[in-house]
Write a protein that binds this ligand. Structure first.
Ligand SMILES: [Zn+2]
Length: 210
């Protein structure tokens, strides 16, 4: 989905959701945000991938129909649908990239922020979601050290041989890259509005700081 006539000096923002099919509130949240904010959409240059794994969404499955975790397919071995997505992104740069996810192990919402530009934004994004969901307070999340729901670690291209989407975005496309994770065992309505709140805040920050 692309805006027809974006203003030339508007910030470029990348949005994606649904690469894991069992994370429905990510896709729902991205669509809810877009439907709620038609005026904002005209002030930015958006590139929106609302559902990168439609088969998985229909079948409530993290993987695609051939058993692939598509969020490990941005490195050397790319399936056709990821190659097609990358063609759309080719030669484009973004001021901000948001990839939306859910995690059934999560104790609350948490965010991966690839450390790039200061000041960092993850605290503000979690504060925006806090009216709807608690932050995940674990000190380790997915094997990485975390603080108040934030995983902020430097990444290098060889850290993971099978790149997730965030690696491609950080190394080739985007000045700021965030991965948002809502707790998929909690109420879906709250997870959706939490995604909306995070997106609204990130876009507002992007517009305010350019
Ligand atoms: Zn996911």
């Amino acid at each position: 989905m692309e805006a027809a006539r974006p203003p030339a000096n508007a910030p470029a923002i990348y949005f994606s959701a649904g690469i894991h099919g069992d994370e429905a509130a990510a896709t729902e949240g991205l669509l809810a945000w877009a439907e709620k904010n038609p005026a904002i959409l005209k002030t930015i240059r958006p590139l929106i991938f609302p559902c990168l794994n439609p088969w998985g969404l229909v079948h409530n499955n993290r993987l695609d129909e051939r058993g692939r975790d598509l969020n490990r397919c941005y490195g050397k071995r790319k399936p056709p649908q990821i190659r097609d997505q990358i063609l759309v992104m080719e030669k484009r740069t973004f001021d901000l990239a948001l990839t939306l996810h859910e995690d059934y192990d999560a104790h609350g919402i948490y965010i991966y922020e690839v450390p790039a530009k200061k000041p960092y934004w993850a605290e503000k994004l979690l504060a925006a979601a806090s009216a709807h969901l608690p932050s995940d307070s674990r000190s380790r999340i997915e094997g990485r050290s975390a603080k108040n729901g934030i995983v902020r670690r430097k990444i290098s291209p060889d850290l993971m041989p099978d790149w997730p989407e965030a690696f491609l975005l950080h190394f080739q496309h985007s000045g700021r890259t965030f991965t948002i994770e809502t707790p998929s065992e909690m109420d879906i309505a709250l997870r959706v509005v939490a995604h909306v709140a995070v997106i609204e805040t990130a876009v507002a920050e992007c517009l305010a700081t350019r």
